[in-house]
Write a protein that binds this ligand. Structure first.
Ligand SMILES: [Zn+2]
Length: 510
């Protein structure tokens, strides 16, 4: 994710929600049983997310869109999972739709809401190590719950998804934690004048009467926070990336020609990233430009979400927009293919995406990395005081999914990578980056995994180095730059090329 800096010209009134519908899951209890209790996997930042006792292998989401983006979609979510302990009940995360029915292995099952969980109770306990198929018929409400950021983004012509970090379970029932990646099949039925695109490659387009069903499937596992479903009056523009990689961009049909100068940059950006870290990790890529005011861009897997205004607002310099495109592209390696095991590992996503964003600007637009990192060093103690150290960030504000995205995990974490490169030298640093995305491809990884691999790659024990840089309240001295000094904690982050804590990253101004 990257927060969009706000210029005066780009600040627009938000779409007005028609009517805020009830946010709680309403359920009918089919059979009385032990009281349902919400569970979580104990994430430090989001303790209620995820559920113990099973791993999801695949999701099949079938969504039916009416053509009105303020009306609930009809949905069927089918989950194939295997148990990792004996389960008296199965908890899913789901908090913003009506549940009509639940089947477990083809038989009706009793269910109840508890907190933000949907709790399913089988007739007899499920043994450890067994497969289960859960089918939930439900609605998926695109109108955000009152006072909370939703997963659906209502665009001028339809819908898109932005689930990061904790909003996938406002869209569909799931094990909503990045530690449980799974394969996805996404089917969208919509009126004929709409186009639907989701993660992965299209496997079918079925036209029936006045509706069309679009089916997409991922070839690689994906975290729920990275799911994307775009429904709109869209053009899908196809081109070819390195090694024949299919690239498809999704833009409002009326803007396709005007946006082409930006879209045609993607293959070259992919080739540049491949020259830095190795082969692109997925089956396709593309840019989704949504006519919506989200305040951020998001690295949804194989199809990154951008606000269209980023490309049409003249106040944004071209080199800056390029670097934002590279930020989201680099997340396909750092954050998507290798995804965080816990949300405290977020610095691995955003630190690396900021790193390649800045490196691209250095190489292509003569914006020196050292200048940016010197400014980051100056602000780093202020950022740590505000957001916690990079690998132990402070918890989010309740209900604000983007509030963990603070400067300390962007330039504050890129600064850690800069310090590492200073410490172990450029050749070892570049070997580490390639080894990281190769070793952990299609999996989750932790901060400890990164520290371990950095030590192995450099042939040195870097435990003490990372302890200070990732967990210290104060920023350690910068190797090779003894003259760099942090600003006093009371001082504000410098302006110009550096982000202020509230405005996201990026050196933009009219
Ligand atoms: Zn990001």
């Amino acid at each position: 994710m990257l927060l969009t800096p706000r210029t005066r010209a780009s600040r627009r009134p938000r779409l007005k929600a028609a009517a805020l519908l009830a946010s709680a899951v309403s359920v009918c209890l089919l059979a009385a049983s032990a009281p349902a209790v919400p569970l979580g996997v104990g994430d430090r930042l989001f303790p209620q997310l995820g559920n113990p006792g099973y791993n999801v292998a695949s999701y099949d989401l079938a969504l039916t869109y009416s053509g009105a983006n303020d009306k609930p979609l009809q949905a069927v979510t089918t989950i194939d999972a295997w148990t990792t302990s004996t389960l008296d009940s199965v908890n899913l995360d789901f908090a913003h739709g009506d549940v009509e029915s639940v089947e477990l292995d083809g038989e009706p099952a009793s269910f109840a809401a508890a907190g933000e969980d949907l709790v399913i109770t089988p007739e007899k306990p499920l043994p450890d190590g067994s497969w289960m198929r859960i089918t939930v018929r439900h609605t998926s409400d695109p109108v955000s719950p009152d006072g909370r950021d939703g997963g659906w983004v209502r665009t001028a012509d339809g819908l898109a998804l932005a689930n990061q970090a904790d909003a996938a379970h406002l869209v569909f029932p799931c094990n909503d934690h990045p530690s449980d990646k799974a394969m996805f099949t996404i089917r969208v039925t919509a009126p004929d004048d709409y186009t639907a695109v989701a993660n992965g490659l299209a496997t079918g387009v079925d036209r029936t009467g006045r509706t069309t069903t679009w089916t997409y499937r991922t070839l690689h596992p994906m975290a729920t926070e990275l799911a994307q479903v775009s429904i709109g009056r869209s053009a899908v523009l196809r081109r070819t990336g390195p090694h024949g990689l299919p690239v498809r961009d999704v833009v409002p049909a009326a803007d396709a020609t005007a946006l082409e100068p930006w879209l045609k940059k993607t293959p070259g950006q992919i080739a540049w990233m491949e020259s830095k870290v190795g082969p692109y990790p997925f089956e396709t890529y593309g840019v989704l430009m949504a006519e919506a005011t989200t305040g951020f861009e998001l690295e949804t897997q194989t199809l990154s979400l951008f606000e269209k205004d980023l490309f049409t607002e003249p106040a944004y310099p071209e080199w800056y927009v390029d670097s934002v495109m590279v930020h989201e592209l680099s997340h396909q390696w750092f954050g998507d293919s290798v995804s965080p095991r816990t949300w405290s590992d977020l610095w691995l996503n955003e630190g690396h995406a900021t790193w390649y964003e800045a490196l691209y600007a250095e190489e292509k637009a003569d914006k020196p990395m050292e200048t940016r990192m010197r400014a980051a060093y100056s602000a780093s103690d202020v950022w740590r005081a505000a957001g916690g150290p990079p690998a132990a960030p402070k918890p989010p504000d309740p209900g604000r999914k983007i509030s963990i995205f603070r400067p300390v995990v962007y330039d504050g974490a890129a600064l850690v990578l800069y310090a590492l490169r200073q410490e172990i030298g450029r050749p070892a640093f570049e070997r580490l980056e390639r080894a990281w995305v190769t070793t952990h491809r299609d999996r989750t990884a932790t901060t400890a995994d990164f520290v371990r691999l950095a030590s192995v790659t450099s042939g040195r024990d870097l435990g003490g180095f990372f302890q200070a840089w990732l967990y210290g309240e104060k920023t350690p001295p910068m190797p090779g730059h003894p003259d760099w000094k942090p600003a006093a904690p009371a001082a504000r982050a410098p302006g110009g090329a550096m982000p202020a804590p509230e405005s996201g990253t990026g050196p933009v101004g009219p």
